[in-house]
Design a binder for this molecule. Structure first.
Ligand code: SF4
Length: 461
């Protein structure tokens, strides 16, 4: 499993365990391994027969389908099912999962009265002590799961027939490969998609890409009529067909002419715990804990400084003071995609209105280096598919440093820092700290190098 997805999975498990406290004192029948769910099914049945009233990770099998449930509760002779999600809202995919669980459990346990999805309550603000009853929000899905029963039954019959026939159904790739999530078999079904394919075109919707693909227009080279397409898509197509970069030099030069030295290349890392850890914060509130600043002087010397808050106390005040101090002498502050930085600074203004003037002063100097790429003033065919900082850096600077790093994405940084709140091994805490700082430094170095790359392009005759 990719590291990012493993981290999300771990978060879901942690929240599920915390939610057990809504109904304390239950029996946990979690299997010792994924292959031993049969034991959980037996233990669940045993506990129900013996009169248990709260069971965690209860498991049932009906019609050869296994369903596990986070919490099963008995009240006044009736059973109530609770499935926990580390999410703020209920999605159609959750309702469909719950419908399958309901189908299996209701057939094993006719006294099942209701099925609840437990999500995280976004209105809850942490005070002195965590209140799990307030943090979690159960919503009855009874109406939906009952209405979905015939559909679930028909899908199970269909799935069993496919298994019995022994043939993999022949389904062409399409929009369904991304709904509700990117499919686990993506690597298998999409491996025959040729290089420089239509799905790599940015600024073009998936329905158009799928339509072309179905018609046999699989590669960019095969697209003939581009007259109806937006100029940004035309730029990509022509650039790939001709194998050369597209460059609106005057626009990029004008963009650079407004910059002032010393130029700061700036990046923030934040974490957003599902369960709030600081007083006055809510679930998934973004808390900045690290920034890196590469500084390019007028003499063209590059240096670096950063701020890192050890996990523990709320880092926001230290963070805002460090930002103000380290950025005060910068001319322009270059970031790659300014949404995050503006969002963090806006939330800090709300929390610390006394620093409003200094923060507004920082915001005024922020310049977004993603614009020349996002606006297609510069496009290189090697970067086809993504104008992210990491893709541009890897392809244009021919450097795979990000790929070699232990922490190599904002998502990984978030989860790595979050995990430190539970970590007691001092070596591991220090090691993670260094990995996080190295990652953030790499982000600002990559931004600086992309700036130098584009500036060099402007100087070419
Ligand atoms: S990737 Fe998944 S959804 Fe797409 S065709 Fe293959 S199995 Fe079906």
């Amino acid at each position: 499993m990719p590291k990012d997805r493993q981290a999300i999975f771990n978060r879901g498990t942690d929240v599920g365990i915390l939610a057990q406290q809504i109904f304390p004192g239950g029996f946990d029948v979690s299997p010792s391994s994924i292959k031993k769910y049969g034991e959980s099914v037996e233990k669940t049945k045993e506990l129900i027969d013996k009169g248990a009233e709260v069971i965690y990770e209860a498991a049932f099998i009906f019609n050869e389908v296994l369903a596990a449930l986070d919490i099963l509760v008995k009240r006044d002779g009736k059973w109530y099912a609770y499935e926990v999600k580390s999410s703020l809202k209920i999605t159609p995919a959750y309702v469909m999962d719950a419908s399958l669980q309901y189908y299996v459990i209701k057939n094993c346990l006719p006294d099942l009265e209701d099925f609840f999805l437990v999500t995280i309550n976004n209105d809850y603000e942490l005070s002195d002590k965590l209140d799990v009853q307030q943090l979690f929000k159960p919503t009855s899905l009874k109406r939906d799961v009952v209405a979905n029963l015939p559909f679930i039954e028909s899908k199970i019959a269909q799935a069993k027939k496919i298994i019995a026939d022994g043939d993999m159904p022949s389904v062409p790739i399409g929009e369904h490969c991304f709904k509700p999530y990117k499919c686990d078999y993506f690597g298998t079904c999409w491996k025959s998609v040729p290089e420089k394919n239509v799905f790599q075109l940015s600024a073009l919707g998936l329905p158009q890409q799928v339509e072309w693909y179905k018609k046999g227009i699989k590669t960019i080279a095969a697209i003939e009529d581009t007259s109806e397409l937006s100029s940004n898509v035309q730029i990509q197509i022509e650039s790939v067909k001709q194998g050369k970069e597209y460059f609106e030099k005057e626009k990029v030069k004008d963009f650079f002419s407004k910059l002032h030295y010393p130029i700061g290349f700036f990046d923030i890392e934040l974490f957003a715990p599902a369960v709030p850890v600081f007083k006055g914060t809510k679930a998934y509130q973004q808390i900045p804990f690290l920034f890196s600043l590469h500084i390019l002087s007028e003499k063209q010397e590059l240096s670096e400084t950063h701020f890192y808050a050890d996990p523990g106390e709320d880092p926001r005040e230290q963070f805002v003071l460090a930002c103000i101090e380290k950025l005060k002498d910068m001319g322009s502050i270059l970031v790659f995609d300014s949404n995050l930085e503006h969002g963090v600074l806006n939330s800090l203004v709300k929390k610390f209105p006394q620093h409003n003037e200094a923060i507004q002063n920082i915001k005024k100097r922020i310049v977004d280096l993603s614009l020349p790429f996002a606006n297609y003033w510069y496009f290189h065919p090697a970067t086809l598919g993504s104008a992210s900082l990491k893709n541009l850096y890897r392809k244009l600077l021919k450097d795979d440093s990000f790929e070699k790093m232990h922490v190599n994405s904002g998502t990984m940084a978030t989860y790595s820092y979050n995990a430190l709140f539970e970590e007691t091994d001092l070596f591991k805490i220090e090691e993670t700290k260094q990995q996080l700082i190295e990652y953030c430094k790499m982000d600002t170095l990559a931004t600086a190098k992309l700036f130098l790359y584009l500036r060099e392009k402007c100087n070419e005759i």
